[in-house]
Design a binder for this molecule. Sequence first.
Ligand code: SF4
Length: 354
Amino acid sequence: MNKLREISTTILFTFFECRLKFIFYYLNISRDIPYSPNILLGQIQHKIRNRLIDNNDFDNNWCEIETELMNNYIKRGLPEKNFFPLNKFIPNYYVEKEKLRFILSENKKSFKSTESIQTYFEIKLKSKIFNVVGIPDLIIEKKSGTTIIDFKKKIPSEIRYLKKYNLQLHIYAYLYSEINKKWPQNLILVDNKNRRIPIKLEKLKVIRYLTYFKNQFIPISEKIKNFGKDTKNLPKKLQLELASPDVEICRRCIYRSICFPYRDNILAFVGENKRETFDQVGILEKIFCAQDGTISLVFTQNNFNFSIRGIRKFSYNIDLEKHVRKKFYIYNIRKTKIQRQYIASFYTVILLAT
Ligand code: SF4
């Protein structure tokens, strides 16, 4: 187990959702990442919250983090002009910034304590037993006990997220206990609106989860050890064995377009639930070229037509003309949809059925 890649809490949660999704994630298989300026704003807010508990310099920190993110973008060859400066792309940029400034000053007041405290920001905790790592946002150690805090942009009421955040904090608690030989006293989620949600610590449950994961992961890692990052190497038979397609989980899965079990079930997903996944499957009927160099594809699915507009040359690599009357799978990983008019985005994947 030690020679294997470390498992983060996010990857671990994926394991409990779907083992195939976990493997895609674990093998670091490239996928279409739907980045947006709002995701970047979330990253700034997250980083700044961790930095500023004992630091007053809000504006300089904000500016430094935004520049850091932009430089990372440029290094990775991403189109920074589509995202930066963020205030141009995010309508409520200044409102969000001021809101966070206010919340942080409130937070500071409430963290004041008569006891002496020790705080740790984003330190990496690692389990020697389970090969799992976690980086809690904030650990506050007092004589009376330890509190682990995780900041979230918002805490949705959906049970899936609560489960995920709950498990995440429990893993942090376990990692803390393995290293410090004592369990934390409090686990707390804090959101952008300064809502604090205490999580009840269930020690036995988290140990059971980790043991189950370890027992399952060892045989799975044997099966996948010869597969690289190329998904074509991950045979359909193995995918079927590992996958557990479920509408709730698949509809948010960024690996849909490389997942055979999902593809096999796509009609079940795009039928009743098409508003959920925004994916489609259809027979290509016509191709139109627009003056701006993009093309539109018209498909039929059962008894209705739908079209996808604005497809650019680089988003497909086959001669579409040759495939009229053939079946295609259309994945809208970015989930943008307007009625029956689908607008191609960078991340829409169109695959010929084989
Ligand atoms: S699309 Fe569904 S079945 Fe396929 S990997 Fe994702 S969650 Fe698993």
